[in-house]
Design a protein around this ligand. Structure first.
Ligand code: ADP
Ligand code: MG
Length: 178
C-alpha cells in the first residue's frame, strides 16, 4: 500500500466512530497520560484537527503541574508557543497561542505529544504528509509520545530517513514502546 492508500484505509476506520467512542477514547488517553505522573516538565500538546484524537481532556491536569506548549504553524515551519489565553486562528483554522515562537530545542521541551495518521508496533509514525513534526522534532531531545486510536495501528509502516520515530504510542487500550 502507498502512504496515501494507507491514510485513506485508516481514515475509513476512524471516521465512522461514534462521538461516544471518541469521548471515551479521549478520557482513556487522559488517564494514561496522567499516570506518567509528569511534574515540572515542559510539554507540547496539540489541538485536534478533524478526526484526530482529542487530548484536551488531558490538558487541564497536565497544565496544573507542568508548562504546556501548543504548536503554531508558520508557512512550512512549526513552532512551540507557551499556552496563553491570547490565541489566534492559525493554519488549518486551529487556535494557537500568541507568543514567542520557539523551535523544539529553544523551547527546551521535555515531552512532545504528537498526533498521527498511522503507527506501527515499533512506534514508526505516518503523519498527514506535510512533514511538520518531522522537521520540528529533528534533533529535538524530548520524549516523543504518539497518541492514537487502536484502529490507527498497522504493520510495517513505510518509513523514510527523515521520519522521526516516536518513543511510545499511547492508545486507549495499549502502550507501545520503541
Ligand atoms: P508526514 O510525516 O507528515 O507523514 P512525510 O514524512 O512524508 O510526512 O514528509 C513530507 C515531506 O516533508 C517530505 O517528503 C519532505 O519533503 C519533507 N520533510 C519531512 N521531514 C523533513 C526533514 N527532516 N527535512 C527536510 N524535509 C523534510
Ligand atoms: Mg514523516
Amino acid at each position: 500500500m502507498t502512504k496515501r492508500e494507507l491514510r485513506a484505509a485508516i481514515k475509513a476506520r476512524i471516521v465512522p466512530m461514534s462521538r461516544g467512542r471518541r469521548e471515551e477514547s479521549a478520557r482513556k488517553i487522559a488517564e494514561k497520560l496522567a499516570a506518567f505522573g509528569w511534574k515540572g516538565k515542559r510539554i507540547m500538546l496539540y489541538r485536534a484537527l478533524g478526526d484526530e484524537l482529542d487530548v484536551s481532556p488531558a490538558a487541564g491536569a497536565l497544565a496544573a503541574d507542568n508548562e504546556v506548549f501548543y504548536p503554531a504553524v508558520d508557512g512550512e515551519d512549526m513552532f512551540a508557543v507557551a499556552d496563553s489565553e491570547d490565541t489566534e486562528t492559525g493554519a488549518f483554522g486551529i487556535a494557537q497561542p500568541v507568543g514567542e515562537r520557539l523551535n523544539a530545542a529553544d523551547a527546551r521541551l521535555d515531552i512532545c505529544v504528537v498526533p498521527l495518521r498511522a503507527f506501527d508496533a515499533s512506534c514508526a509514525r505516518l503523519g498527514r504528509g506535510k512533514g511538520y513534526y518531522d522537521r520540528f522534532l529533528r534533533g529535538a531531545d524530548c520524549f516523543k509520545v504518539g497518541v492514537a486510536y487502536d484502529e490507527q495501528q498497522t504493520d510495517g509502516l513505510p518509513t523514510e530517513p527523515h521520519d522521526v520515530p516516536l518513543d511510545i504510542v499511547v492508545t486507549p487500550t495499549e502502550i507501545y514502546r520503541r
